[in-house]
Design a protein around this ligand. Structure first.
Ligand SMILES: Cc1cc2nc3c(=O)[nH]c(=O)nc-3n(C[C@H](O)[C@H](O)[C@H](O)COP(=O)(O)OP(=O)(O)OC[C@H]3O[C@@H](n4cnc5c(N)ncnc54)[C@H](O)[C@@H]3O)c2cc1C
Length: 506
């Protein structure tokens, strides 16, 4: 475990480098610097983390099923060139490879297609081809949205809807928000491969591995950064001060967009423009526990068009029975629904119980004997982003006793009035809705290839007066918002300091 020193006692100390933010980027930077200087130099490297734990977007909850369920990242994207996978390999983790996606559900037709049917489906293949061809497009062409690009390429509505669910939702936005230039940059720099890997243990074990022995102050939210050619002074929200020769800011771009941290002198215009032009939307994960399986055993991930949830997946790990509080888990299986961008924004305006109810109705429709018409208004959900017609439903979930975690409310079966004759509703035991916009130190999901943001990630990564450096997934030049990207940016920022800091050891 990381060394959690009492920050009151050390508040007046001066450090060689202070890293702000204990997510993967900040941890990777601190690890590299601490290994370079010396772990025993207590004043070499310090991490200041606003939250009460390390890992940032890496978090899990227990109590739903017999294994911890990731509320943030769940997959290692790609088997090649991944710094995250390299660390997992060093830890001797087992990893299972899964194809993405292995099924498609066409909501308009109420039809499920498995991968060999999808390979023959003209529109699905066309949607994939359009995105694969981006790797060969000119990165210097004028920027337009992917919606406009698809329109110019003459795509029909079905291909558009598929592109929205397969690609835009995965990127964390809508086609209208996706910028072609950053998409081209992403496609040309994706060197990791296409399969998904799942780990045999929680992602947080990788966080603990990286953080081992590092000096950390938790619950230390940086509010103000003063910098100049002589060094950096960091002020906390409760009046503490730490000084350093160098600082690395590894906080989500939303924290900078919302002005949570102020700078003295103020940030240059180029930096401010870069911060505002990189898009990061909300992500919502719907976690539903079931007592029995009602889907094919070999199913993993389904992209769903014209549905409430644009994507669902099913992960199962060896039962680890890691429940220390003696309570039995709610269910034996879990289905995760994933929404991003405007779809997530629309869903987060609904009461949580209603989000679960609509998700179950979708699963009922996908996996049930579909003889009845779905009972809710289809026009209320999905990519048309109509304002939901059920906004006035009282959110009873607020009254519930929250026994899952401090942050996530459990919606028990009784709160979701769905027909028991249909499979998902019948086996549903309870679930919760994870809304990333509500995480006050993250405020969203991850950055997406944004319209009119060409060059912004380089500008965001640019140091200030060779004293303040920037890391975090938003600074990745390959427009990659994944875990390996966060690690790579942390290491890049650490190397920038090491290349300047010729004096070496303290
Ligand atoms: C729902 C979801 C699903 C995802 N799925 C995947 C996936 O399957 N695979 C994948 O590779 N990636 C996935 N990602 C993306 C991945 O989680 C991120 O790219 C990565 O974790 C970002 O790391 P980071 O260090 O840049 O930022 P963060 O992890 O956000 O770390 C930033 C840290 O800064 C801290 N902080 C903020 N403000 C302050 C302050 N004022 N003072 C001090 N500290 C502060 C925060 O508390 C946080 O700990 C997912 C993300 C989400 C949200």
């Amino acid at each position: 475990m990381a060394c959690m020193a009492n920050h009151q006692a050390h508040s007046s100390h001066h450090y060689r480098v202070v890293v702000v933010g204990g997510g993967l980027a900040g941890l990777a930077a601190a690890r590299m610097l601490a290994d370079h200087y010396s772990l025993t130099d207590t004043q070499a490297v310090l991490i200041l983390e606003a939250g009460t734990s390390l890992g940032g977007r890496i978090k899990h909850i227990t109590g739903l099923v017999p294994w911890p369920v990731e509320v943030g990242p769940e997959f290692i994207h790609g088997t090649m060139n991944s710094s995250f996978k390299d660390i997992a390999d060093r830890m001797k983790c087992q990893m299972r490879e899964l194809p993405y996606p292995d099924r498609y559900y066409l909501g308009n037709e109420r039809r499920m297609l498995c991968s060999d049917e999808a390979e023959k489906h003209e529109d699905i293949q066309h949607a994939h081809k359009l995105f694969q061809e981006l790797a060969f497009e000119d990165p210097d062409a004028p920027d337009i949205s992917m919606a406009e690009y698809l329109h110019r390429r003459g795509t029909n509505n079905s291909v558009y809807q598929l592109a929205e669910s397969i690609y835009a939702n995965d990127f964390g936005c809508s086609l209208k928000q996706l910028g072609v230039r950053e998409c081209i940059q992403e496609a040309q720099n994706w060197i990791y491969g296409d399969t998904y890997l799942i780990l045999d243990r929680p992602m947080s074990s990788v966080v603990d591995f990286i953080a081992k022995g590092l000096q950390v102050h938790l619950d230390w939210a940086v509010q103000r950064v003063q910098y100049g050619t002589h060094g950096v002074k960091l002020h906390s929200s409760d009046g503490l001060i730490v000084t350093a020769d160098y600082a690395i800011l590894a906080v989500p771009v939303t924290i900078l967009q919302h002005g949570v941290i102020t700078f003295n002198p103020p940030l240059p215009k180029a930096k401010l423009d870069a911060i505002q032009s990189i898009g990061m939307n909300n992500c919502v994960k719907v976690l539903m526990a079931f007592s029995d399986r009602f889907w094919p055993e070999d199913m993993f991930d389904v992209v769903c068009t014209n549905c409430f949830l644009p994507e669902i997946w099913i992960t199962q790990y060896p039962s680890t029975s890691n429940h220390t509080d003696g309570r039995a888990p709610l269910g034996k299986f879990i289905v995760v629904g994933f929404m991003a961008g405007e779809v997530a924004a629309a869903a987060s305006r609904l009461p949580e119980a209603e989000v679960i109810r609509r998700s179950l109705s979708q699963l009922d429709e996908m996996f049930g004997q579909v003889s009845q018409k779905a009972e809710y208004d289809r026009s209320g959900y999905c990519h048309g982003i109509k304002v939901d017609p059920l906004n006035d439903i009282p959110d009873r979930s607020k009254d519930l006793h929250n026994f899952l975690t401090r942050d996530h409310v459990l919606i028990p079966r009784e709160y979701v009035q769905c027909p028991r004759s249909r499979p998902a509703s019948a086996f549903f035991q309870g679930g919760c809705v994870v809304n990333w916009e509500k995480e006050s130190f993250v405020r969203g999901g991850y950055t997406y290839p944004s319209l009119n943001a060409h060059g912004a990630r380089f500008a965001l990564a640019e140091p200030l007066q060779k004293r303040v450096f920037f890391a975090g997934e938003a600074t990745h030049p390959g427009v990659n918002p994944c875990m390996q990207a966060a690690i790579d940016t942390g290491r890049r920022a650490a190397s920038e300091i090491l290349s300047l800091d010729v004096s070496g050891r303290l």
